[in-house]
Design a protein around this ligand. Structure first.
Ligand code: PEP
Ligand code: MN
Length: 337
């Protein structure tokens, strides 16, 4: 439930309400707004709050939150959340385009990719250092060396970096190297990992699992936000369906639905959604038109030699021309890119 404080409620009144709710053994999450403060209340038995808090000084309203996800829901936080990643805003008027190779392979490969992303107008560099591969015999990533190369690419271009974590025990390492920690589709319901990321407060890109419902994704986000970390970017990356032509099926309706249900920014990964490079430009433009706050796209200096996800990686020329078209669609719907 949320306790809505009245517009003129004083800090003392807000603190008194927080103390009282906590005395009942419940968790409080205050959101101090410009106009009003609202207090999220989490816990099993909230009847005492309803009984005692109505009519408490400064309390305007007590609203039950019907959705199973509470802090991720728009009911709790009607305004869009805008996340600041070292100066790059995600969730505002300007779209954020993240791009880079699936995996960091070498210094040349990642530095050249970073330079190209910057030149084409992208705002965040992606690159995997620890790769969750289906086969244990496939290239697993460069590990910590890959993280260090990403940091070098950031140094060189000023682009923040997003990279995937696969093991909660490596949390400190990722906090040291990454601007945004990616939780991959396979780990969307790794609740220990989600809780650790929540506690770290570090910005996170949370991908939808291939068989996860929209509500499952929002409940995964709830694991993070409940620990006090609101810096969550949701990502639609395609779901498993009966269709086998594409790698997954891009669920663009999820973008519109997530924007309605949640205040968190939503980005689309057309690369893992379709898995075929020639289809990615069209799906990128469609995602922007559908209201995505950004895109995450795989590119490679030479997709034919990529150690991971080559068939879905755009070459530099295609990505550069796609960026021009993304800007046009963004402009047509009243946004910038
Ligand atoms: C990736 O971003 O390279 C990746 C493995 O994505 P996903 O978790 O969506 O499959
Ligand atoms: Mn990939």
């Amino acid at each position: 439930m949320i306790v809505v404080m009245s517009q003129g409620a004083s800090r003392e009144q807000i603190d008194a309400v927080l103390r009282k709710i906590e005395e009942f053994g419940l968790q409080t999450h205050p959101i101090y707004g410009v106009q009003k403060t609202v207090i999220g209340v989490i816990g099993d038995d909230k009847t005492k709050v309803v009984e005692t808090m109505a009519g408490y000084p400064g309390v305007e309203q007590i609203i039950p939150i019907l959705k199973p996800y509470k802090f991720a829901s728009r009911e709790t936080h009607p305004q869009d959340t805008v996340i600041d990643i070292s100066g790059v805003k995600i969730g505002g008027d300007k779209l954020a385009v993240m791009a880079g190779p699936c995996a960091v392979e070498s210094r040349d490969q990642i530095i050249n990719s970073a330079r190209l992303v910057k030149l084409a107008g992208g705002s965040i560099l992606r690159g995997g250092a620890y790769k969750p591969r289906t086969s244990p015999y496939s290239f697993q990533g460069l590990g910590e060396e890959g993280l260090a190369l990403l940091a070098e690419a950031r140094e060189e271009t000023g682009l923040p970096v997003v990279t995937e974590i696969t093991d909660a025990r490596k949390m400190d390492l990722f906090c040291a190297y990454a601007d945004v920690i990616q939780v991959g589709a396979r780990n969307m319901q790794n609740f220990v990992l989600l809780t650790e990321i929540g506690r770290s407060g570090h910005p996170v890109l949370l991908k939808r699992g291939p068989s996860a419902k929209i509500e499952d994704l929002l409940l995964a986000a709830e694991y993070i936000i409940k620990e006090g970390n609101r810096n969550i970017i949701l990502c639609e990356r395609g779901i498993s369906t009966f269709e086998t032509h594409t790698r997954n099926t891009l669920d663009l309706s999820a973008v519109a639905a997530l924007k309605k249900l949640s205040h968190l920014p939503v980005v689309v990964d057309p690369s893992h959604a379709v898995g075929i490079s020639s289809l990615i430009p069209a799906m990128s433009l469609a995602a922007v038109a559908a209201g995505a706050d950004g895109l995450i796209i795989e590119i490679h200096p030479n997709p034919n030699t990529a150690l991971c996800d080559g068939p879905q990686s755009l070459d530099f020329e295609t990505f550069t021309s796609l960026m021009t078209r993304i800007r046009k669609v963004a402009q047509a719907i009243g946004r910038e890119a």
